[in-house]
Design a protein around this ligand. Structure first.
Ligand SMILES: NC(=O)c1ccc[n+]([C@@H]2O[C@H](COP(=O)([O-])OP(=O)(O)OC[C@H]3O[C@@H](n4cnc5c(N)ncnc54)[C@H](O)[C@@H]3O)[C@@H](O)[C@H]2O)c1
Length: 408
């Protein structure tokens, strides 16, 4: 089978499907701030907050108006960084309330550590503004379910920061499998992430289960979101094994020893018969992610090789096997360089395009709080299974935690 000849707009962000390396000029308007329609405030300007500031400015469709952060050092770093590429003033707010209730601002991006999301959201939601909430939406399922309930009553949008949906290789795999049906019926889904250990964070919140929600919640909610979307069904049973084999075994902060897992194997069964697995290993020198989906008539392997080392190029590839005569068809899906380098291999850029679409009142494919909750249910059920040594039965788990109402 030939690589599909997409109708214009089928993949809205790729203009040249044969090469997949270009992006329309109209998508990137570096620093065209005067024409920007929206103003954004950031709550938290650590690593990902600064990435959002850079990407929003690169996209040029919204102005980064201001930031609130409890760390003077983070504010200094973010202000310096911002002044190196933007030509507007950055407002530094003295309180969360001032940042949330500034009437000149259209949207609030909550980019603080996981354990603060729920509390900050309680204030942010009173603003009535569009909200962007970084993943994971909360550190426990009760809080996540409460966010879903709040979102159902909220008159504006709440977009979750599940930007792996916008990685080129997954986005393309979804298009081929769901829209083009190139694999027939999906039967198995295998996802894996091999990567170096967690990076340093402000006050090292990501080294502790209590603050992050646990490794499978903190990091891997991205992958459970992708697997859930690919399965398009309700998870029934989750079985997992994992632990802390290498990383941060001698690490402590403020007298507390790190307790986060650095490797896991997770198996998920869905009510439509699809089986999925997820492999995590966080003590590798370089980053490698892979999604293998096998259907009744073919296989797709979508992968990304990248590095935390500056200057090492990343590469996104998709391999399609669904025609014995054609054999393996290999496609380089690496985004255009400008976009690729802007953060998370271009995924953040398209996440911001979706945010602008939301602000324009359009429907988008960004993650909803309900989808975020389902990703967390699988992640938490896997963590529960690691502790209990038995499979977690999702219906029982949901009943025990009183989550039914949030899932209606
Ligand atoms: N979508 C993704 O791929 C992705 C990638 C990285 C991080 N994240 C998420 O983004 C969030 C932030 O991660 P990070 O890597 O930027 O962490 P970080 O530690 O680098 O930055 C967090 C910032 O929030 C500030 N902060 C802490 N408590 C605050 C409060 N109550 N009010 C205001 N500011 C506060 C800190 O001072 C710090 O500057 C986390 O939820 C993380 O899981 C998502």
């Amino acid at each position: 089978m030939e690589y599909p000849n997409y109708a214009p707009g089928a993949l809205r962000f790729f203009d040249a499907p044969a090469q997949q390396r270009t992006i329309a000029e109209s998508h990137v308007q570096p620093n065209v701030i005067n024409g920007a329609a929206y103003r954004l405030n950031l709550i938290g300007c650590g690593m990902i907050g600064r990435e959002h500031m850079r990407v929003a400015t690169l996209l040029g469709k919204a102005v980064v108006n201001g930031v609130f952060d409890t760390s003077v050092e983070s504010l200094e770093i973010a202000s310096k960084d911002f002044s190196s590429y933007a030509n507007t003033e950055l407002v530094i707010y003295g309180s969360l309330e001032e940042a949330c209730f500034d009437e000149s601002v259209d949207a609030l991006l909550i980019c603080t550590p996981n354990f603060t999301h729920f509390e900050i959201l309680q204030t942010a939601i009173k603003s009535g503004k569009a909200l962007f909430l970084e993943k994971p939406m909360a550190t426990d399922l009760f809080e996540a379910a409460t966010v879903v309930a709040l979102a159902q009553k909220y008159s504006n949008c709440i977009q979750l920061g599940m930007q792996y949906r916008y990685k080129s290789q997954y986005s393309e795999a979804f298009h081929l499998i769901k829209s083009m049906q190139v694999l027939g019926d999906v039967k198995t889904i295998s996802m894996s992430e091999y990567r170096p250990p967690f990076l340093d964070k402000v006050n090292q919140w990501n080294k502790f289960n209590e603050k992050s929600g646990g490794t499978l919640v903190e990091k891997c909610c991205h992958y459970f979101d992708l697997i859930n979307m690919m399965a398009q069904a309700r998870p029934v049973r989750v079985f997992a094994s994992g632990g802390q084999a290498v990383n941060f075994k001698d690490f402590s902060y403020q007298g507390k020893a790190s307790d986060i897992d650095d490797n896991a194997f997770v198996i998920i069964e869905y009510d439509n018969g699809i089986r999925a697995n997820f492999t995590l290993n966080m003590f590798c020198p370089e980053l490698y992610e892979e999604l293998i989906v096998v259907g009744s008539s073919g296989r797709i392997t979508a992968s990304e090789k990248s590095s935390f080392v500056d200057g090492r190029v990343s590469k996104a590839t998709l391999v399609l096997e669904n025609d014995a005569e054609a054999g393996e068809q290999i496609f380089d899906l690496t985004y255009a360089d400008l976009v690729e380098r802007s953060g998370h291999h271009g995924a953040t850029f398209f996440e911001h395009m979706a945010l602008i679409d939301r602000l324009d009142g359009k429907l988008t494919d960004s993650a909803t709080p309900l989808q975020g909750l389902w990703a967390l249910i699988v992640a938490s059920a896997a963590q529960e299974s690691i502790v209990s040594g038995a499979p977690t039965i999702i219906d029982d788990y949901i009943t025990d935690l009183n989550l039914e109402d949030a899932l209606k």
